[in-house]
Design a protein. Structure first.
Ligand SMILES: [Zn+2]
Ligand SMILES: [Zn+2]
Length: 64
């Protein structure tokens, strides 16, 4: 099982759910981050192991 998440690639480690993204948290709000003010990127998160994948990326783990 996977769900859509939105992440910052600037190094701050921000990760938002679809619900948070839809409610307006759609860009990095950490002034110390290289991507401050830039929009988050869409990823898929494995609900079993919490691995974050790019769209369409192959994923396999022991628990999912
Ligand atoms: Zn950031
Ligand atoms: Zn997994």
């Amino acid at each position: 099982m996977e769900k859509t998440v939105w992440v910052c690639e600037g190094g701050c480690g921000a990760k938002k759910t679809q619900e948070e993204y839809d409610s307006g948290k759609n860009k990095c709000g950490n002034p110390a981050c290289a991507n401050y003010g830039k929009p988050f990127e869409m990823r898929s998160e494995c609900l079993s192991c919490r691995a974050v994948m790019k769209e369409g990326e192959e994923h396999a783990c022991d628990t999912c």
